[in-house]
Design a protein around this ligand. Structure first.
Ligand code: 3PG
Length: 392
């Protein structure tokens, strides 16, 4: 971005790929962290006189427009935060997009409609993605990749377009990559990873690749029940991915001292804020009940490990924190990270949202990443197409 600004951008159309994939309740944005994280790059370009064209996705529409995935609420919020109107095109690269871009004044900002309304964005066929990228490129004179949360996706607005325009890394992508490189380099020891979230299948690859490099992995969230089942415990109606049990068993056998599992859990008779609940030992989960949070003994145990850490990476909530009876595990672990004298990185949409929704101090963490899957794939050592295309 500095290079682009040094070249001068006045009057130039700059396409910025941002990650504005925010959680919505109807049309209300429940956490605008990703919108706020996109502001510095957009502001710097606009203040330098560029005509800023922002491209972003929302959710996973199936390649056709769907009102519930419109970026309209995001355009409104972006406009509020920027203190200027953000024109929203009603299509991705069609007549509305062309007219909206043509109507931009120097320093103006426009947002294209959800790029995933065009099936070519996520197509498995590279030629289709390439064709869409050509249409994106026709809307701009330069490209800035600033959507760190989406750089792990080989998609037209992330990857192919970068080869069709002079392409630059935005400040957010640079900052994220720099912080995550600290973790893959020589992190201060002990290096403790806290992993939660619902699906263990999403996390096994990162667990597998992190185990040799870290000192401890503290497991919570829905994914812990497959691990508990691998230990031979009954998990009632808790989330369980039976086909993953054997992999969990192998990981536990290979690294018994590194993987920590909950000693107690909060169980409920329904997935609801007014369900009946009990806190029980992990060995005593009742038939017909589901575990929705880690319990206080576990929080205390995890707190002790976190307190002694030199580096902490946290991805995924410890329970269903959106519902008050199941928020204490996530809150307790997050507070322990804030209190620890460690270099701490929060990775992931859900855990970053949890920090803000639970009212925890954002400056209590060294870095809150905007990338969920992207930060995990970075730590796994995978190639991130949206980054490597800029390095090539
Ligand atoms: C995310 O929410 O992690 C990013 O916005 C990427 O979204 P995706 O997983 O739908 O590609």
């Amino acid at each position: 971005l500095d290079d682009l600004l040094a070249e001068g951008v006045t009057g130039r159309r700059v396409l910025v790929r941002a990650d504005l994939n925010v959680p919505l309740d109807g049309e209300t944005i429940t956490d605008d962290g990703r919108v706020r994280a996109s502001l510095p790059t957009i502001t710097r370009l606009a203040e330098a006189g560029a005509r800023v064209v922002v491209a972003a996705h929302l959710g996973r529409p199936k390649g056709t427009p769907e009102a519930k995935y419109s970026l309209a609420p995001v355009a409104a919020r972006l406009g509020e935060l920027l203190g200027r109107e953000v024109a929203l095109a009603t299509d991705v690269v069609g007549e509305s997009a062309k007219a909206t871009v043509a109507g931009l004044a120097d320093g103006g900002v426009a947002l294209l409609e959800n790029v995933r309304f065009d099936a070519r964005e996520t197509s498995k066929d590279a030629a289709e993605r390439d064709a869409l990228a050509t249409e994106f490129a026709a809307l701009a004179d330069a490209f800035v990749s600033d959507g760190f949360g989406v750089v792990h996706r080989k998609q037209a607005s992330v990857y192919e377009v970068a080869a069709k325009l002079p392409a630059y890394a935005g400040g957010l992508v640079l900052a994220e990559v720099e912080v995550l490189r600290t973790l893959t380099g020589d992190p201060a020891r002990p290096y403790v990873v806290v992993l939660g979230g619902s699906k263990v299948s999403d996390k096994l690859a990162v667990i597998e690749s992190l185990l040799p490099k870290v000192d401890a992995i503290l497991v919570g969230g829905g994914m812990c029940f497959t691990f508990l089942a691998a230990e031979g415990l009954g998990v009632g109606d808790s989330l369980l991915e039976a086909e993953m049990i054997n992999t969990c068993k192998r990981l536990l056998a290979e690294h018994p001292e590194k993987i920590l599992l909950p000693a107690d859990v909060v169980i409920a008779d329904a997935f609801s804020a007014d369900a009946n609940t009990h806190t029980v030992l992990a060995a005593n989960i009742r038939e017909g009940w589901k575990g929705l949070d880690i319990g206080p003994i576990t929080v205390e145990r995890y707190r002790e490990v976190i307190a002694g850490a030199g580096t902490v990476f946290w991805n995924g909530p410890m329970g269903v924190f959106e519902l008050a009876p199941f928020a204490e595990g996530t809150r307790g672990v997050a507070e322990a990270i804030v209190a620890a004298d460690a270099f701490s990185v929060v990775g992931g949409g859900d855990s970053a949202a949890a920090v803000r929704l639970l009212g925890l101090p954002e400056d209590g963490f060294s870095h809150i990443s905007t990338g969920g899957g992207a930060s995990l794939e970075f730590l796994e050592g995978k190639d991130l197409p949206g980054v490597s295309t800029l390095e090539g």
